[in-house]
Design a protein around this ligand. Structure first.
Ligand SMILES: Nc1ncnc2c1ncn2[C@@H]1O[C@H](COP(=O)(O)OP(=O)(O)OP(=O)(O)O)[C@@H](O)[C@H]1O
Ligand SMILES: [Mg+2]
Length: 321
């Protein structure tokens, strides 16, 4: 399939993203403006710049949106706070349908606030992060509500971002998503800690996550085969700058990564990979070509420094040949 054929087909696909939606907040403080507080023995952080972007499932959704599918819709929860409103607006502005985001009282919107300091030089130092993470899983009835909404949507591929310990995806929603996979819906899953808990879905862990599921086995040929076998579906294992490995019907193919020269910023590479892979699979792309497409999209964002970043069709085309 040519790249143009892939793009033309993506024009007609619909993608759903379910999971842990987060807001990333960056506060840049110019310490040359700081004066010792009169009340406390501390120098305050005079914020001169504030930047916010979607993280977690939100970053996957924004990356899907950048590829211009027919439709991208999201399913998950936010808290009844300003961070939830900002997150929803960022998603809407990116072209994402947010009707499936439920606002829950008594919960935070998951947010990661990064205070950054600069002094006389341009070097920026990161302070410890302020993490807004909920201590409790969402209720089973909320999980059922989210599952019903996903069942009712006609997305060609359902992307699952199951990242937080007490996040959106508890056992009820996880089992429901596995059932959808069993019924023939295409479900594509990324999870740092629980990739081994899924069945009947297409998984895309990185090599470390895959190894953890396989009792420490390091060889990605073996781990990808195992993951594909336990799911009864194709599987992908990503290999950083080495690209990825795909297993389909017991046969593995290595798909090399795009070589990019330093400086690089690998933050969010996995999310871009997932998004592009979802679109290419929805477009009926053969899986090794879908993997090449995903490698190329993530190589685009790897070149974007200090931002999580998304890859547009034009940027992918520029790297394709
Ligand atoms: N240095 C790099 N050069 C080129 N491509 C890269 C590089 N690092 C990552 N990629 C691309 O991004 C994909 C995903 O990267 P990786 O295997 O590191 O995933 P990950 O560990 O899940 O990432 P994340 O930290 O975002 O969760 C790779 O399969 C590859 O296509
Ligand atoms: Mg990852």
């Amino acid at each position: 399939m040519t790249l143009n054929e892939i793009f033309t087909r993506i024009d007609d696909v619909s993608i759903a993203v379910v999971g842990d939606f987060c807001l990333d907040i960056y506060w840049l403080a110019d310490m040359t403006r700081s004066r010792l507080s009169r009340e406390t023995p501390h120098f305050p952080l005079p914020v001169v710049n504030e930047r916010m972007s979607c993280g977690g499932a939100g970053n996957v959704a924004c990356n899907v949106a950048a590829l211009k599918p027919k439709e991208i819709s999201v399913y998950g929860v936010v808290g009844a706070d300003w961070r939830g409103q900002v997150l929803e607006k960022l998603l809407r502005d990116a072209g994402v349908a947010t009707a499936g985001l439920i606002e829950l009282d008594g919960r935070f919107t998951n947010a990661y606030c990064k205070p950054l300091r600069k002094g006389f030089s341009d070097v920026v130092y990161e302070d410890p992060r302020l993490d807004f993470e909920n201590a409790e899983q969402i209720s089973e009835s909320t999980q059922r509500g989210i599952l019903d909404a996903i069942k009712a949507c006609s997305a060609d591929v359902i992307c699952v971002c199951d990242q937080l310990t007490s996040g959106c995806i508890g056992s009820v929603l996880r089992e429901g998503l596995c059932d959808l996979g069993k019924q023939g819906r295409i479900v594509l899953v990324d999870s740092r800690d629980r990739i081994g808990s899924y069945r009947n879905v297409i998984v895309k862990p990185n090599d470390l996550e895959a190894s953890e599921v396989c009792a420490g086995e390091k060889d990605p040929e073996k781990t990808v085969r195992y993951l594909s076998a336990i799911n009864g579906k194709p599987a992908f294992v990503t290999l950083g700058d080495q690209g990825c490995i795909v297993c389909e019907n017991g046969k593995t193919v290595r798909v090399p990564g795009r070589r990019v020269l330093p400086p690089i910023d690998i933050c969010g590479a996995g999310d871009t990979f997932m998004s592009a892979l979802a679109c290419a699979i929805a477009a009926d792309c053969p899986l090794s070509e879908a993997a090449l497409f995903a490698n190329t999209a993530s190589a685009v964002t790897v070149k974007k420094l200090f931002v999580t970043g998304t890859a547009t069709r034009e940027e992918i085309a520029a790297l394709w040949n």
